[in-house]
Design a protein around this ligand. Structure first.
Ligand code: SAM
Length: 326
């Protein structure tokens, strides 16, 4: 069976946020305020997640990415990964800030995780501290090493570039990709920050990143699936890869295959959806599998055509990234 929206886009990818808690407070994501967390009973329980994902897999979801908040801070995450694997999810990945990866990597691999994305926005310890408001630079670097030494493939490092904050590190990140032979992906800053500081001038367009890197190293385009978020390039000498994720300057909504489940059980059909859809209430009302499936189908059918960031009347969603799950 397949899950398709009214524009004919096949929905095959699910992002599952398992918590809104995070052990980092990145300046472009979360406010410095620690008090804005969901109450415990607002969160979906593991059984509830499993039931929803089972239904979604039967409807055509193939890829599941576990995210948050920081997914590794929720106790029981490894068991949850194992339960997802047992549902037949063929492509199971996680987005993490890397702080706890070195100590948890073996268990995650054992549970069936296939691949990992580690967020890292600076290669300079002092700047990392300013961005994340933590002292965890060494642990994150150790996490990337542990992931590369494990069976997780590929290991991707995601950097959000913010003008004046870390845009001076584009070439350093490219060198990092080459030295470590990994994939570094540059993500455009989106209007999803808690402090509402985003401006068009603060994002670093992917075209600029590509120009700067290709001025230094010859690059070869890598073919990619149309629904993938990143345009990919390998260095011509075959050491390392970069990806450019340009949701603002070059939106990829036309081929979007993603939906998102928030930690409080809301289904979102776009990162920038104005409304989300309360699946937790449907679940807790005693609905049958079929009723839940019908509810999902009718929500997905109405998936937005695009995010509208570049429209004059664009309004950022009321939920910020940490509550949606990036
Ligand atoms: N804690 C995990 C992590 O750090 O990767 C997962 C959640 S985090 C919200 C997921 C991704 O969203 C990270 O790569 C983060 O850099 C990115 N992100 C957060 N706020 C963003 C924003 N305003 N624009 C673009 N990306 C953002």
């Amino acid at each position: 069976m397949s899950l398709t929206d009214k524009l004919g886009r096949a929905i095959t990818d699910l992002r599952v946020s398992v918590t809104d808690c995070c052990n980092f407070r990145c300046v472009y994501c979360r406010s410095a305020n620690h008090d804005n967390l969901m109450l415990h009973d607002e969160l979906l329980e593991w059984d509830e997640y499993e039931r929803l994902v089972r239904i979604l897999v039967a409807m055509g979801i193939r890829k599941v990415r576990v995210t948050g908040g920081e997914p590794l801070v929720r106790p029981g995450i490894e068991d949850f990964i194992a339960r997802l694997k047992a549902l037949g999810v063929s492509d199971l990945s996680m987005t993490t800030n890397g702080r706890l990866v070195a100590e948890r990597c073996d268990k995650l691999v054992g549970a069936g995780l296939n691949r990992i994305n580690v967020s890292l926005d600076s290669l300079q310890k002092e700047k990392f501290r300013r961005i994340t408001r933590t002292e965890a630079f060494d642990q994150v670097m150790a996490g990337i090493e542990a992931a590369q030494a494990s069976r997780l493939r590929p290991v991707k490092v995601n950097a959000v570039l913010v003008r004046g904050l870390n845009d001076d590190e584009v070439e350093a990140f490219a060198e990092f990709a080459r030295e470590r032979d990994l994939i570094v992906r540059f993500i455009e800053f989106m209007p999803l920050d808690a402090d509402r500081a985003w401006t068009r001038e603060s994002l670093v367009p992917a075209a600029e990143v590509l120009q700067r890197i290709s001025d230094r190293w010859p690059l070869m385009p890598v073919t990619h699936d149309r629904s993938e978020t990143a345009r990919k390039f390998r260095f011509a000498d075959n050491r390392g890869e970069i990806g450019l994720i340009a949701p603002v300057s070059r939106p990829f909504c036309g081929f979007c295959s993603r939906i998102r489940l928030t930690a409080d059980g809301k289904l979102r059909t776009c990162l920038f959806s104005k409304d989300d859809h309360d699946l937790k209430s449907v679940l807790r009302s005693g609905a049958s599998e079929r009723e839940i499936g019908d509810a999902i189908r009718s929500i997905v059918e109405r998936k937005e055509k695009g995010h509208r960031i570049n429209e004059p009347d664009f309004v950022p969603p009321s939920r910020t990234m940490v509550y949606i799950g990036g």
